[in-house]
Write a protein that binds this ligand. Structure first.
Ligand code: NAD
Ligand code: DAU
Length: 362
């Protein structure tokens, strides 16, 4: 039996991944380690909570003592690290937690894995590890920064992050590279484009717009709405991670994308149309500071070397996602009725504008 430590498994992609792995590999044991921040939600996993080969541990990845205990208690083969502060807008308002969780928290995991997996952890020259172990970091295409009208990110594109979020993800990618080069830690890094699908927290573009549209609330589009993202269904992301986990060559980075470039406003209009509402709900609001204009992923490497390809068609995937949110009103209500309200008001109200005006004045 293999044991996979999934961190951040109560979040959007992590919970989809836990479910995907339990279904595909019934003989694996999955340990879900999650601090349950505002973004972590055990409701995402109620259907599998009682599986005998699934364990949930409420732990902060920054807590070195507890993380070491987890590594000592379970014979872990693979770590898949989703745990992170993931929302760009929040990183603009409160950068510090992005640096402590995304960089230092990941370093705690790297240290624990190294200690547990090295054949001789006392020997600083030892680069020999137990067989069949790997640390897989879930990174993002945002580490590459901003593209012009042409071109795509490849794995050798230079790192030019523009938000505190993407800077934290790029920083830790470099730390992971260093752990591989210096200590020989068996690692992979995946850099994926924008995900959509079930269980995505309604602070992100697609679920926010679906929820607002269902409730006839304004649809706040940043700037001119012509920023471009490459969209990938979360199920395609899960299958790509599975492939890299099992077949990825140690030390390699793999881009993951959906061949699906869309302008934000195009997506918002599709949601409006699908829900039979009026485009008058769209409201162009002040742009996000440091907003990257375009991302596009070249995923040739994972496709040619590991045989992965996305299967979802965006139009159908978006329809399915809208339907999922319509059928999961309680899930979304439980979130929206809680602390998220305060967040929403802060982000889209005068206070938020004032916050950025003050920042600009220095
Ligand atoms: P999310 O915000 O939905 O979930 C993050 C999870 O991490 C939550 O369950 C939260 O409780 C947990 N967490 C946060 N801080 C923690 C800590 N200190 N200790 C333990 N757990 C902690 O995020 P997501 O959208 O599912 O993204 C998951 C990962 O994938 C992130 O690393 C993100 O950078 C990366 N990623 C996301 C996307 C996307 O489009 N959402 C695309 C590419 C890469
Ligand atoms: O590219 C991968 C990244 O995708 C991940 O690393 C991040 O974790 C994830 O949050 C996502 O980042 P984005 O900033 O691209 O996602 P978000 O859903 O916040 O925004 C998508 C686009 O929509 C972006 O151009 C900003 C715009 N937007 C977003 C919100 C929330 C709006 O116009 N209005 C909004 O209200």
């Amino acid at each position: 039996m293999k044991t996979i430590l999934v961190t951040g498994g109560a979040g959007f992609i992590g919970s989809n991944f836990v479910r995907y792995m339990l279904q595909k590999y019934p003989d694996y044991r999955i340990i879900n380690l999650d601090a349950l921040t505002y973004a972590g939600n055990l409701e995402n996993l109620v259907d599998i909570a009682d599986c005998s080969n699934y364990i949930f541990l409420r732990t902060d990845i920054r807590d070195r003592e507890k993380v070491n205990q987890v590594f000592s208690a379970y014979d872990i083969n693979y770590v898949v690290n989703f745990a992170a502060e993931s929302h760009v807008d929040r990183s603009i308002v409160e950068p510090e937690v992005f640096l402590t969780t995304n960089i230092l928290g990941t370093q705690v995991l790297l240290d624990a894995a190294k200690k547990q997996w090295l054949i001789d952890p006392e020997d600083k020259y030892c680069k020999e590890y137990k067989s069949d172990v790997k640390f897989l970091q879930i990174s993002t295409d945002e580490v590459y920064g901003n593209l012009g009208a042409e071109g795509m990110f490849t794995e050798s594109t230079s790192l030019q992050p523009n938000s505190p979020y993407s800077a934290s993800k790029a920083s830790v990618d470099l730390v992971i590279r260093a752990y591989h080069k210096t200590f020989g830690l068996p690692v992979n890094i995946t850099r994926c484009s924008n995900n959509y699908g079930p269980y995505q927290f309604p602070e992100k573009l697609i679920p926010l717009m679906i929820n607002n549209c269902i409730n006839d609330k304004e649809l706040p589009v940043y700037g001119d709405g012509m920023q471009i993202r490459d969209w990938l269904h979360v199920a395609d992301h899960c299958s790509a991670i599975d492939v890299v986990l099992h077949k990825g060559a140690y030390g390699e980075i793999y881009n993951i994308g959906g061949n699906n470039e869309k302008a934000n406003v195009e997506i918002v209009k599709l949601i409006v149309k699908t829900l039979g509402k009026s485009e008058n709900l769209i409201k162009y609001v002040k742009d996000r500071p440091g907003h990257d204009r375009r991302y596009a992923i070249d995923h040739t490497k994972i496709t040619t070397e590991l045989g992965w390809e996305p299967v979802y068609c965006f139009d159908q995937g978006l329809k399915d996602t809208i339907e999922w949110y319509i059928n999961h009103k309680k899930w979304i209500m439980d979130i929206v009725s809680g602390s998220y309200i305060t967040y929403y008001e802060k982000m889209y109200s005068h206070t938020y504008k004032k916050y950025f005006n003050n920042l600009r004045k220095g």
